[in-house]
Design a protein around this ligand. Sequence first.
Ligand SMILES: [Zn+2]
Length: 333
Amino acid sequence: MIARKYGLTVSKLKALNNLSSNVLLTGQVLKVTEGEIDSTITNPETSPIKRSTDNFPDLSRANAIEVDYDVKLNSKTEPFRTSINLASKPINAVNKFGQRFTVTREFYENGQKYLELSQNGMVKGYVPASAAVKVPKNSKVIYLDAGHGGSETGAYSFGTAEKNLNLNITRRLSSDLRKQGYTVYESRTTDKAIPLNQRTIEPNRIMPDLYLSVHHNAMPNPGSARGIETLYHNSSIDEEGYMTMAHHKYTNLQAESKRLADTVQSYLIAETGAVNRGARPQNLHVTRTNDAPAILVELGFQDNYSEYKNLTSPSYQNKLIKGLLKGINAFLN
Ligand SMILES: [Zn+2]
């Protein structure tokens, strides 16, 4: 089915995804092109309905089930219709990419599951279930990325590897965020390597409300700089081969990433009193290829000894975490 839909042979699809069998798991991400854009499709299990057998009969639209859960649209190719008539002319769901809806009904047509999408009690349209990913109804979702890990240490100064400073911050921050009711995902909770090109695959499947990558800084000439900076993507700094993704032009992602960067940076400076190196665009994989408002924070220069002493002290780390918490809360609420 998937191979045919994307104009691929089954063997080509399997080769692209290193699959050895023809059996797919729900939620499994498949690679359908070798390019960066449209490189994955997802098959989220969006139904909360309990089914007695795997052969649950298809439902006619007349027998649609009333449901109540939230989704975000994450398709670049599926149709979005404002009419329940599936023969009506659709627009591409990419026009609604990243938008949150409440699913109010589910129905099947020709064996395919469709969702009725509403906002503020008003029906807005209809999409195939494969165009949407389920998100928590009453909890915002945050994705934390601890930079580097495993054999990739990041900066290394005065006997301390950056990867460990990053993980210490994300682990404590995730705990505080969960206490405040957020749903938090972490790219790693242990000292393990994650290839750069993997760092946005999971978040782009989950569709969080914000993405924060935590790093500590160092200079080629050690000790020559100090302060905090927050980086985000903007198409003004595109480079050949590292361009803003095509579907992002349908979203307000760039403006939201800038707002997130400005907000978090100002709270970090207010809490720590550190040198303010500003919030600015920089062309980085984790921010450029992210479908959520995304920033990368550089919390200080660990190669500068006076700043290193701060960055490794629990009381200063508490200030950093407090600044991040306040910035996240100000952005999301
Ligand atoms: Zn780093």
